[in-house]
Design a protein around this ligand. Structure first.
Ligand code: GLN
Length: 306
């Protein structure tokens, strides 16, 4: 029997209120620090087409690292296993913007969801598309059915101006021969890609294809074969929430991808996609109230992959 999602979202909405002021917005991208921590939105997209939402679920927010999932799905659908020659599939156990491992692992990022890995994926996409960021935008439009999905140029510029760490990562990989395009080209595309905005309702719908074994539930369009979709789900579980992936699996028990804009997309394979947004982050860069909301969601609905 289907849980009463509307009632469960209401319960969660009430429960997260005291948590909203506990998280901290990502201030290293100055434009993101202007967003209030008081926002909370959540949306559920069931594969049968029914939807449920609460709070600021219709408000656009900065997707940031959630776009790494779209970029990876696009690159994997085009290049297949060839991408694994340039990026690994192991959790890093380090912060998403760390340089440490990259030096002793000779420029091959641990996985596509840390910054280094996402820069390599942007580089791979640049060989196929004139602009990798536009390709990711088009992909986001295809999977969400929202032709208006767009960049937030103020956020992109704000990040570009302070992207010293990402420049350092890109230069290091360039030195190791794992970046084929000019560093500046890749960083510019990556910053634009990260600035894409969506609402929770749009993001949950966009995640539908990964809950639906690779095909878009509402259009029937196949994006990935079932085996590839399963593999992306596995990567989300092991690497999608940075160095908190173990704790996230323990608490939430779903494949997920987070971003420093405060968004998290999580999947119940074969059943639904759920998106949550709350800009206050915990120490690992995951939405504090968002993670708690998903923990409560899987508890109250008795949904989990375990
Ligand atoms: N654009 C951000 C960065 O590169 C994305 C990081 C994130 O969401 N974890 O730092």
């Amino acid at each position: 029997m289907q849980p009463d999602y509307a009632a469960i979202l209401q319960t969660i909405f009430a429960e997260v209120q005291p948590l909203l002021s506990q998280g901290k917005v990502a201030s290293y991208i100055p434009e993101l620090s202007k967003v209030s921590t008081q926002h909370f939105g959540m949306a559920v997209y069931c594969l049968d087409g029914s939807t449920y939402s609460i709070g600021d679920s219709q408000q656009k927010f900065s997707l940031q690292s959630v776009t790494k999932l779209f970029a990876l799905a696009l690159a994997f659908s085009r290049e297949g296993d060839a991408i694994w020659e340039r990026v690994g599939r192991e959790p890093s156990g380090n912060p998403f913007n760390s340089l440490v491992q990259l030096e002793y692992e000779r420029g091959k990022p641990r996985n596509p969801f840390i910054n280094a890995g996402a820069l390599v994926i942007a580089d791979i996409l640049s060989a196929r598309f004139v602009q990798s960021d536009i390709a990711v935008q088009q992909f986001a439009r295809t999977i969400s059915g929202e032709p208006t999905i767009d960049f937030d140029m103020a956020v992109a510029q704000s990040e570009r101006q302070t992207a010293h760490r990402n420049y350092a990562i890109a230069h290091l990989m360039k030195d190791f021969g794992n970046l084929h395009n000019p560093v500046k080209t890749v960083i510019d595309s990556y910053c634009r890609q990260c600035s894409l905005t969506m609402t929770c309702a749009e993001l949950a719908k966009a995640g539908g294809f990964l809950a639906n074994h690779g095909s878009v539930p509402w259009s029937g369009q196949r994006i990935l074969d079932a085996s590839s979709s399963k593999r992306l789900n596995a990567l989300m579980l092991t690497c999608g929430t940075y160095d908190a992936a173990g704790d996230f699996a323990y608490r939430v028990g779903l494949p997920a991808k987070s971003g420093v804009g405060g968004g998290i997309l999580a999947l119940v394979p074969g059943e639904l996609a759920v998106a949550v947004w709350s800009p206050g982050l915990d120490a690992t860069g995951n939405s504090l109230a968002g993670t708690y909301a998903l923990e409560r969601f899987t508890t109250l609905t008795a949904r989990s992959i375990f």
